[in-house]
Structure formats: C-alpha cells, structure tokens
Write a protein that binds this ligand. Structure first.
Ligand SMILES: [Zn+2]
Length: 236
C-alpha cells in the first residue's frame, strides 16, 4: 500500500488543527525522501511546514504514518506527544529495525565462502547420496556440503577434514557440465573421506596409489577427466 503525499498533507492539517485549534494552519508539505535510515524530519520555514519522511516508511500502514505526523508536529510545537501515537510508531519501527537487521544478517551470511548445497542445477545432498549408494554401498558418512561462493577457478573440489566438509566450485553448478562430471568430482572428494592421507616421514601423499586405483574405478572416469581438463582449475 502506498500513501499519497496529498492525503498525508490533509492528515497533517487535521493534526495541526487539533494541536493548535486557534491558529490558522500554515502551508504543509509532506514528502518521502531517500533517507537510508528510518529518521524523518520536520521544519518550519517562512510560514511553511516541510515534513520529510524516510522512503523506508513508504509501505508503512496509514496509522503508522499518521502517528509519525503526530509525533513530528507535536515536537515542532513543543506539545506533549500522544502516548498511542508514540506506541504505534515505536512498535512499527522496532519491527522494521528487526527486519533490517535480519536482511543485514542474511547478507553477511552470503559473504561467507560457502553457500547452501542446493545449487541452481545440482543439489549436492542428492548428488552425494546417489554417489554414496552407487559406489560406496552408502557407507560414507555425509559431510557438510556446499558450493564455493566465489566461482573458485583454482579449486573445483576440495575436502576439508577439519570441518568434515566437501566444497565444490559453483563453476560446476551449470547446465553445460554433465552430471557424471559433477558426480566424479564428488566421488573423488568422498575417496578422501575413505582413504586417509599417507604420512611417511617427510613424504606426504594425499593421493596415494590406493587412491588413484579407486579413482579409476569410477565408470565415467576417462570422460570426466577429459571434460575437467577443459575447465580452469583442478580438484584436490
Ligand atoms: Zn584429491
């Protein structure tokens, strides 16, 4: 719902008449302004009242705007602010501020490097379960799954043992990437859960021979490898 400035000006004149019944109402203008906060302003200059209301209140219910006009006009003329107006406006603003906080919170979460397993084309949870059933007899415990937020060009897939987390690059979450390719990357990362890194003195092998042998058992191994060669980045 949008409130017309003209309607608001009429409301403001009515409020003025209640506040100062013996004074002829001045010219009153009400405008919405693109303030970034909820703050609104009122001033009296050359016999005209200018009210500027934050555009964030544009969709606010009429009674909230009316309450705000009461508050602003009462303040301007140093009159007591009606309690119900104060309460109505305050309640709305509290809810609005809470909503804004939630928006900010969502944006902050979005800046983290991992986004939810449900991608645009592939759902990592579904993909993991399918690969697990087909190649691991469902024996791999499902880790946390996510797409890398910034289309990581250097890392197409990665298993993070500290967080028990598999991350696939969102570069793979695309219609032109065949499912078997995404499954292969998932399969590779799942092998990391199954086959531990071999520490042999100073030598450290994250892809020991046993790993490479298991990797080649993936049915579309050759096709997937060939496709991945055309993409920037590698899998780890
Ligand atoms: Zn690897």
């Amino acid at each position: 719902m949008q409130v017309e400035s003209r309607t608001l000006e009429e409301t403001a004149r009515r409020i003025f008449a209640e506040l100062k019944p013996r004074t002829a109402p001045p010219d009153i203008r009400v405008e919405f302004r693109a303030f970034t906060s909820l703050c609104s302003r009122i001033r009296l200059r050359e016999g005209r009242i200018m009210v500027r209301i934050s555009h964030l209140l544009r969709e606010a219910p009429t009674n909230v705007i009316e309450s705000l006009l009461w508050i602003l006009l009462a303040k301007l003329y140093r009159k007591p602010i009606p309690a119900d107006a104060q309460e109505c406006y305050r309640e709305f603003v509290n809810r609005e501020e809470l909503r804004q906080d939630l928006v900010t919170l969502r944006q902050t979460r979005g800046r983290k490097r991992i986004s939810a397993p449900q991608g645009l084309h592939y759902d990592l949870t579904e993909l993991f379960d399918a690969v697990n059933a087909a190649h691991f007899a469902g024996q791999v415990s499902r880790p946390k799954l996510g797409w890398s937020q910034h289309r990581a060009r250097t890392m197409l897939g990665q298993y993070d043992p500290h967080h028990h987390l598999i991350v696939l690059s969102s570069l793979l979450d695309h219609a032109h990437v065949p499912r078997e390719v995404v499954e292969y990357v998932m399969y590779h990362e799942m092998l990391h859960i199954q086959i531990p890194v071999i520490e042999d003195g100073p030598r450290r092998s994250i892809h020991p021979p046993e790993f490479r042998a298991a990797e080649r058992r993936f049915p579309a191994y050759a096709e997937a490898k060939a496709f991945l060669k055309r993409l920037p980045g590698s899998i780890r």
